[in-house]
Design a protein around this ligand. Structure first.
Ligand SMILES: *Cc1c(COP(=O)(O)O)cnc(C)c1O
Length: 492
């Protein structure tokens, strides 16, 4: 309809290919003032194409408008609250961006000689030290490119240590509340997986753990607070049980937003863990990367860390490649450097007390949401929650409305959906993580939207089941849309 009224503002942006007309250009070059070189001669005929089939030809303004219009179709953290649980979608302060764009850092080359890269090495060394302090661990590698990559690195470190002790062992224990990347990591590292059921209060069942830990168990992988948003208050005891049998404790640190400045995994028995800099330490994510998943370890695992390691000789930083027990490189060069700068800027801008405040606000916000929504939604685990809260769609399901329907309706209210159907141990999960960056006004609007939709479920469930109604595209088949996307707009 809108297209008919104002046809120049198309609500259904065509593909750039569809906008193309032959001969249009988005650039203008001055006349050549050097001798012309024949491309085929210079590059070899086999490397030169006569034309690029179907290459779109558009003007500069068409290209700019196309991408700007498309960008308005997206939801973004700069646009509104993004309560996607387990993801810590917090606002990324612009000062981080400014730091990452500092000329000497942004234009540094990884092959630059050490003598000319001292500033970059200092940035990395400072970040390693800050993360070691925050986690209470002894050493940190910045190489892994994401959380899952950090997990794999961490489990390979455990394998290397156990192998050196004579037996890599066979199994990794994983609670039923774990993120899917945990079992995937264990399997790729060559381990069998044994599941541990959570207790009724939603935490690790230590009695069950004690029963199954034996000389076949290499490690327990646990997220703390776990994916129910509940702090594993038996974690130190679990560590003792594992260590008593020569096994290790791996902590998935994706939920460190609930702990930074308050509790240190190194103090409650964790041997190795990863951090998601793109979650806890405020670097942009959600668009597919880049991220960073540094791994922090206790001293026993330090010799196995990926090479090279930063080492200070005299007043200068240098890379140490001669590490005979190292598991080797896990990433080209030294990790996603731009992400590392953003994380360090965030840490230094906050300082210790600021980081601690952020954690307390993150927890306060989630507890506030829980308190105001408890009357409207089923809360399967009653344990106190930390930085996120997991409801289920039990009450709404009675009217035929499931968590996915509810989430779609939230889009009409201007919010990004919460996490749908995860963790798997909660049937019809609605997992909400506000983070510390939301103020009370925005959070109240979100809560009001949730309550308003809960009321719609009572009066007009069909409205919710067919949402969203205010977006350009309504319901799509999610599997087909991902596997066989239809990108072309066909006018009706
Ligand atoms: C996000 C997340 C991961 C994976 O991290 P990536 O950086 O996406 O690879 C692992 N575990 C938990 C609990 C997470 O939330």
């Amino acid at each position: 309809m809108i297209d008919k009224v104002t046809p120049h503002i198309t609500q259904n942006e065509p593909l750039l290919f569809e906008r193309s007309s032959p001969g249009k250009k988005a650039y203008q070059l001055p006349e050549l003032d050097v001798p012309e070189v024949d491309a085929a001669e210079a590059l070899g005929a086999e490397n030169v194409r006569a034309e690029i089939a179907g290459f779109p030809e558009v003007s500069e303004v068409e290209a700019i408008r196309h991408f700007t219009r498309l960008s308005t179709w997206n939801f973004a953290i700069d646009y509104g609250m993004y309560p996607l649980g387990s993801c810590t979608m917090k606002y990324n302060p612009r000062i981080n961006e400014q730091a990452a764009r500092t000329e000497g850092l942004a234009w540094a080359h990884p092959y630059q000689p050490e003598a000319l890269a001292q500033g970059c090495l200092e940035v990395m060394a400072t970040l390693e030290a800050a993360l070691a302090e925050i986690t209470g661990m002894d050493a940190v590698t910045l190489q892994p490119a994401a959380g899952a990559h950090g997990e794999l690195t961490g489990i390979l470190l455990i394998r290397a240590l156990l192998e050196k002790r004579g037996n890599p062992r066979k199994k990794i224990l994983i609670p039923d509340s774990a993120h899917g990347t945990n079992p995937a990591t264990a399997a790729i590292a060559g381990y069998a997986i044994e599941n541990i059921k959570s207790s009724e209060t939603g935490v690790l069942d230590v009695a069950a753990l004690e029963q199954i830990v034996n000389e076949d168990v290499a490690a327990l992988m646990v997220t703390n607070p776990n994916t129910l948003g509940v702090f594993e208050n038996n974690i130190a005891h679990a560590a003792e049980i594992l260590h008593g049998k020569g096994a290790m404790l791996y902590m998935d640190g994706a939920n460190m937003n609930a702990l930074v400045g308050i509790a240190r995994p190194g103090d409650f028995g964790v041997d190795v863990m990863h951090l998601n800099l793109h979650k806890t330490f405020s670097t942009p994510h959600g668009g597919g990367g880049p991220g960073a998943g540094p791994v922090a370890v206790k001293k026993v695992l330090e010799p196995f860390l990926p090479a090279p390691r930063l080492k200070k000789s005299g007043k200068r930083w240098a890379w140490d490649y001669r590490r005979k027990h190292s598991i080797g490189r896990v990433k080209a060069f030294y990790g996603n450097f731009g992400v590392l700068i953003r994380a360090l800027a965030y840490i230094l801008a906050h300082g210790g007390p600021g980081l601690r405040n952020a954690t307390m606000d993150a927890v306060l916000n989630a507890v506030y949401i829980r308190k105001r929504l408890e009357a409207y939604f089923d809360l399967p685990y009653q344990s106190p929650n930390m930085h996120e809260v997991v409801f289920s769609d039990d009450r709404q399901a009675a009217k035929g409305v499931r968590t996915g329907d509810f989430a779609k309706r939230l889009i009409d209210y201007g919010f990004h959906p919460y996490t749908v159907s995860f963790p798997l141990i909660v049937h019809g999960a609605m997992m909400i993580e506000p983070t510390e960056t939301e103020g009370k006004r925005e959070i109240d609007q979100f809560i009001d939207a949730m309550i308003s939709i809960a009321k719609e479920v009572e009066t007009d469930p069909q409205l919710v089941k067919t949402a969203p109604h205010l977006t350009r595209a309504s319901r799509v088949d999610e599997t087909t849309a991902a596997r066989k996307p239809i990108l072309r707009w066909k006018p009706a």
